[in-house]
Design a protein around this ligand. Structure first.
Ligand SMILES: C[S@@+](CC[C@H](N)C(=O)[O-])C[C@H]1O[C@@H](n2cnc3c(N)ncnc32)[C@H](O)[C@@H]1O
Length: 261
């Protein structure tokens, strides 16, 4: 039987944001600094890890650090063991913990054992990308819907996405984990009716000094991904609002209409 500690603390799932430490919330910074043990994902940048107190334990649990994501069960168990031992636990995740972060599996496991779980939000990659590019993800009359999807499929399985709903010309689509599937995403969206010349951007390492991006069109997106970026985390952004000239002209038009009214 596990020891029941009278001094249990809630486990905090903390959003580390896209990489730039200045994009961390003040609350996240405080939680990281006061944690006694921090379990962190591979995408959490070294500058953010440097905020962990020197005497705190650091436990890398990300795929890129050699641990495969199918180890989610062991991550759940490690979090629980640390919480039951009465430690102040922070589970540090890239971006926002509630977006493609498998947070619910950790929350459910901890809550089932009677451990309180709290979430500190973080800036998601799409918001960081929009800031770096100087583009708004939504745009009056042009991008009324914002869709976040992950293009990560289980090994050997086809991408199971609702392509007709995603191929909406009045929306902006942000594809997380979409690098390997860029050709599939492009082909399926075009087959579902989205024009091949729809603006598309691939952005890698958004918010970090090594950030780079390539602006292209949907039918050329696979080529851009293949030739234009490296092995950093990358996001695909697709939609009319992702073209600076189109977006600026549309915004000016809206402004002129408002002035006339
Ligand atoms: C497992 S998901 C986690 C997303 C994270 N929770 C968020 O809110 O940004 C990882 C994916 O997020 C995207 N991503 C994370 N950080 C990024 C960055 N700095 N620049 C571009 N894309 C990023 C990439 O698509 C990457 O494969």
């Amino acid at each position: 039987m596990r020891d029941a500690s009278p001094e249990r603390h809630p486990v905090w799932l903390v959003g580390a944001g896209p990489g730039d430490p200045e994009l961390l919330t003040r609350k996240a910074e405080r939680l990281i600094y006061t944690a006694e043990i921090v379990f962190y994902d591979a995408l959490v940048s070294p500058d953010i890890l440097s905020l962990i107190a020197p005497n705190a334990e650091r436990v890398p649990v990300g795929k890129r650090s050699g641990r495969h994501s199918k180890d989610q069960e062991s991550i759940n168990e490690m979090l629980l063991a640390a919480a039951l031992a009465g430690k102040r636990v922070v589970r540090l995740k890239g971006g926002d913990p509630s977006i493609f972060g498998r947070s619910m599996e950790e929350i459910a496991h901890l809550r089932a054992a009677g451990i309180e779980v709290c979430i500190c939000p973080g800036i998601t990659a799409a918001s960081a990308a929009s800031a770096s590019l100087g583009l708004s993800l939504t745009l009056r009359g042009m991008a009324r819907r914002l869709q976040f999807v992950t293009a990560h499929a289980r090994k050997g399985e086809a991408l199971d996405l609702d392509w007709h709903s995603l191929a909406d010309p009045n929306s902006t689509l942000a594809v997380y984990m979409g690098k390997a599937a860029a050709a599939d995403v492009s082909r399926q969206l075009i087959a579902a009716g989205l024009s091949g010349d729809t603006p598309a951007i691939v952005i890698e390492n958004a918010s970090l000094p090594e950030e780079r991006h390539l602006a292209t069109r949907l039918d050329l997106l696979p080529l851009a991904v293949k030739t234009g970026i490296g092995d950093g985390p990358a996001l695909l952004l697709i939609g009319q609002a992702m073209d600076i000239r189109t977006a600026t002209a549309a915004a000016q038009q809206v402004e002129a209409q408002v002035r006339e009214e």
